[in-house]
Design a protein around this ligand. Sequence first.
Ligand SMILES: [Mg+2]
Length: 268
Amino acid sequence: MRGGAGVLGDFDGLVCDLDGVVYRGDEPIAGAVEAVESLRARGVSVLFTTNNSRSTVGGYVEKLERLGISAGPDDVLTSAVVTRDVLAERGMSGARAVVIGGDGVREELRRARIEIEERPDATTVDLVVVGWDPHFDYDAMRRASLAVRSGADLVATNDDAAFPAPDGLWPGAGAILASIEVASGGRAEVMGKPHAPMMEAAARRLAAAGRIAVVGDRPETDLEGGRSRGWPTILVLSGVTSREQAAGLDPPPDLIVDSLADLASSPF
Ligand SMILES: [Mg+2]
């Protein structure tokens, strides 16, 4: 562990990334379930956040419960939820959107009463919303870029370039988004970590906390997002960042731990 006792101050709110921190794929990371319990017992409110917009909040709640972590919908913040809230606040209810993405983003947009345009030839819409979609193809790219060129706002749930899979790094929503930006000449407003909409939404969810810290396995999203708010940053080595990579980070995280279990057993 880098740093030492008290390096983070007494935080009572924790923005906690999911993949690479609580679980990897469908397997819990050793000690993570007990660590969440022990943090909660110390009075820390834990908000689980993910840039992954494919699954629904209900899906994440079920997954956490299955792993042994009690959670409700308010304990999980996805980039799809942030996208919904921002668009709803802007009065986009009733807007029509071309959507690239899975159930998570589609469900949230419907909740904001945004109409999803499914007709393949309809490209005159108000919005193009981009998330991760394994079925993304040239047709989808064409629809999205025609819509943006016709004046639709371009919004992305997140811009992660890649994510870990068993055989290496797979292209993320950011790679899909980049193709649409190149094709359309547009620039997206991005909702997920480290961008302001997600970080502001996390701050609102943890408004009752006196001091918030952020924990994640990705410096460029989790930690950068925390830093942008002035929150202490904790890097876990249970995800995509190796010890060697961690040692070379500039700026360095406030704390580096092997896993969430190490954080829970530390004096902070
Ligand atoms: Mg992660």
